[in-house]
Design a binder for this molecule. Structure first.
Ligand code: PBG
Ligand code: ZN
Length: 327
């Protein structure tokens, strides 16, 4: 032991620990995901995600007010349409569910930032994130035809009032295509938060319950990234930056802390971490069994994301965390 080096000196009092704390989680770091469904007065808890609900637009608006009052700066909207088809019509139609929800929320709570998830998987009959040749059961998504649909989707979301467009389908060139579409429609000032490094993950399982978006055949490994790859994440973010992304996301978060760190080191753009559905469900299941202290586990985990480099954290724990932080 070196007697002049005693790190415990700085841990002896709560106020001293507070003074030297390096990472402080704040409510302003959080983004809350919401699932919009057709209907009115409708709220249905997601089986695998206790405390998370599919909500009709009127209920989404109530929720948005609560989120805003808690001091959370933004929400991200996902939609479950009435009908699904091969063209993902529900994604880009002006009367689509996310479009309706975005308009209603911006009208009721104009100062809440509304992020629109821009993907096709909730809207295609086959559940893939892009366009497939009709009758193709291989699950080989066609990249460039998908870009056209994503462009249309992003523009209609911006027209409906979305403040940020968040493409999540991992198609090559999607940031550039969406940027061009937004600019041509007069939305030069609408930022793009790209799901830049999104891995093919089993942790999305509960989300696919929530969004009814599991692929009917095949899987997403021809477009989402292989969990073993880290350098490839840097390649993905470099491309997205070149294409005009304003913010970058790493997803999932827990098993990819090193990727959050590497991305943060590699760019000066804001970095978001998506604390995904399966990560939430695991914590909830353990907490409901009284196996862990939910509050402490959640706050430690969210602080970990921030320490790893996340400027923003998309999390289903956002409302609880905001309450625990004391809005
Ligand atoms: C759609 C999308 C998914 C998630 C966000 N956007 C699911 C998927 O890729 O299958 C997952 C979010 C979560 O698990 O919480 N592209
Ligand atoms: Zn998708």
């Amino acid at each position: 032991m070196f007697p002049n080096q005693r790190p415990r000196r700085l841990r002896s009092h709560p106020q001293l620990r507070r003074m030297v704390r390096e990472t402080i989680l704040m409510t302003s770091d959080l983004i809350y995901p919401l699932f919009a469904v057709p209907g009115e007065g409708f709220a249905k808890e997601v089986r695998s995600m206790p405390g998370v609900f599919q909500l009709s637009v009127d209920k989404i608006v109530e929720e948005a007010k609560e989120v805003y009052d808690l001091g959370i700066p933004g929400i991200i909207l996902f939609g479950i349409p009435e009908d699904k088809d091969t063209d993902a019509t529900g994604a880009w139609h002006d009367c689509g569910i996310v479009q309706k929800a975005a308009t209603a929320v911006k009208q009721a709570v104009p100062d809440l930032i509304v992020i629109a998830d821009t993907c096709l998987c909730e809207y295609t009959s086959h559940g893939h994130c892009g366009y497939l040749e009709v009758g193709d059961l291989s699950g080989r998504v066609l990249n460039d035809p998908t870009l056209e649909l994503l462009k249309k989707t992003a523009v209609s979301q911006a027209q409906a009032g979305a403040d940020i467009i968040a493409p999540s389908g991992m198609m090559d060139g999607f940031v550039q295509a969406i940027r061009a579409g937004l600019d041509a429609a007069g939305f030069e000032d609408t930022p793009i938060m790209s799901y830049a490094a999104k891995y093919a993950s089993a942790y999305y399982g509960p989300f696919r319950d929530a969004a009814d978006s599991a692929p009917q055949f095949g899987d997403r490994r021809t477009y989402q990234m292989d969990p073993g790859n880290a350098r490839e994440a840097i390649k993905e973010i470099e491309l997205d930056i070149a294409e005009g992304a304003d913010m970058l996301m790493v997803k999932p978060a827990l098993a990819y802390m090193d990727i959050i760190w590497r991305v943060k080191e590699a760019t000066n753009l804001p970095v978001a971490a998506y604390n995904v559905s399966g990560e939430y469900s695991m914590v909830k299941a353990a907490a409901l069994n009284d196996w862990i202290d939910e509050q402490r586990v959640v706050m430690e985990t969210l602080t970990g994301f921030k320490r790893a480099g996340a400027d923003m954290i998309l999390t289903y724990h956002a409302k609880d965390a905001a309450r625990w932080l004391g809005a």
